[in-house]
Design a protein around this ligand. Structure first.
Ligand SMILES: NC(=O)c1ccc[n+]([C@@H]2O[C@H](COP(=O)([O-])OP(=O)(O)OC[C@H]3O[C@@H](n4cnc5c(N)ncnc54)[C@H](OP(=O)(O)O)[C@@H]3O)[C@@H](O)[C@H]2O)c1
Length: 327
């Protein structure tokens, strides 16, 4: 990149904190502003991370002419509205996953990107992780033969959390599927594409939040076994098995720091530590796309986000995962 890209951060919660630490590692990135619904909170955040401008409303940041790209880090339920608002203000957008809570929202967001001629990408950071990129390359070039079996999970115990918080609150589209089930689904989609059939089952908490979902994605010559849950931890090691060999991505696979290849009983480990937590790579992708005048990434395209949300819509429909505001 020849010029600095000026970033604005919207919604100053957990992920925003992790993200700005990686943003600070990207040479061409300037963290220009941060916005919260509360000015004092925004000031605290900007002081802590040495950011020059604090706003007490999201709208003020969107009206700030100097901001080039907005990173949306609010609960799932506001991704669509805030991204569209940002794009209507001429901003490029990197929106946290899931891009929207259903296909209709993602379609609206993509239409807004096209109408306003701005860049839009879902912050599906695992797609840009160097180990996961390498694994995809190996699978695509047939190193382990045609894929037959994939196992990926993502779970941690969360039932001791605040039921009003975004993770467990159905009013904020809480539940394991959209929050963390998105990762195993992503891996299966990345390596095997769209399944012919999905079998799935969910368990719910008394407050209506979906807290466990198991899925089988059936392909003509392969099956993927996928899981997300808040009721216990799981190992979070991915296993990708073909006719000739297997690739293991050690825990936590979605933020991989390397992988292991096993062919003919011989195991070889490869270490690929990430720069920062790993958000670094999606930020670099945004910059590369802007530099080339692209309105979407070819590594994680609008079509990819649409396919991903459609798979999640199918699982939701099969199991009655509905949110109160959709009824
Ligand atoms: N890529 C990743 O690794 C990763 C990891 C975790 C989460 N995420 C995604 O990032 C998004 C945010 O997750 P998080 O864990 O950062 O959540 P969080 O800690 O609850 O923070 C969300 C922030 O959104 C703002 N907000 C706006 N409307 C809100 C509302 N009605 N209720 C609560 N907060 C509201 C708040 O910021 P202000 O008070 O400053 O306005 C809040 O601090 C989610 O969509 C999640 O899927 C991604």
């Amino acid at each position: 990149m020849s010029e600095n890209v000026r970033w604005g951060i919207i919604g100053l919660g957990n992920i925003a904190r992790n993200f700005v630490k990686d943003l600070a590692l990207v040479k061409e990135a300037q963290i220009y502003a941060a916005a919260s619904r509360n000015l004092e909170k925004a000031k605290g955040f900007t002081e802590e991370y040495n950011i020059p401008n604090a706003f007490g409303s999201y709208k003020e940041l969107l009206e700030c002419k100097e901001v080039d790209v907005v990173y949306i880090a609010t609960p799932h339920t506001s991704h669509c509205e805030l991204s569209i608002m940002a794009m209507e203000h001429g901003k490029h957008v990197l929106c946290e996953k899931p891009m929207g809570i259903n296909r209709a929202e993602v379609e609206k967001m993509i239409a807004a990107a096209q109408e306003n001629k701005v860049f839009l990408m879902e912050a599906l950071w695992s797609r840009f992780n160097p180990s996961i990129r390498k694994v995809k390359q190996m699978v695509d070039s047939g190193d382990i033969g045609p894929l037959a079996y994939l196992h990926a999970d993502f779970a941690f115990y969360a039932l001791d959390r605040d039921f009003e918080g975004r993770v467990l609150n159905p009013k904020l589209a809480g539940g394991s599927l959209l929050d963390i089930g998105i990762y195993p689904i992503f891996l299966s989609y990345l390596l095997l594409g769209k399944p012919d059939q999905i079998l799935s089952t969910s368990n719910f908490h008394d407050n209506g939040a979906e807290v466990q979902t198991s899925m089988i994605f059936k392909y003509p010559n392969a099956q993927a076994i996928l899981y997300s849950g808040f009721t216990s931890r799981s190992e979070m090691k991915a296993e990708i098995s073909g006719e000739k060999g297997t690739i293991y991505i050690p825990p936590r696979w979605h933020e991989a720091q390397g992988y292991t290849v096993e062919i003919n009983g011989e195991k070889e480990e490869f270490s690929m530590p990430t720069t920062g937590r790993g958000y670094f790579y999606e930020i670099k992708e945004v910059h590369a796309c802007l530099d080339q005048g692209k309105l979407e990434s070819s590594l994680w395209s609008h079509r990819n986000s649409l396919d991903l949300i459609t798979l999640m819509d199918t699982v939701r429909k099969q199991n009655g995962i509905a949110f109160p505001f959709e009824e």
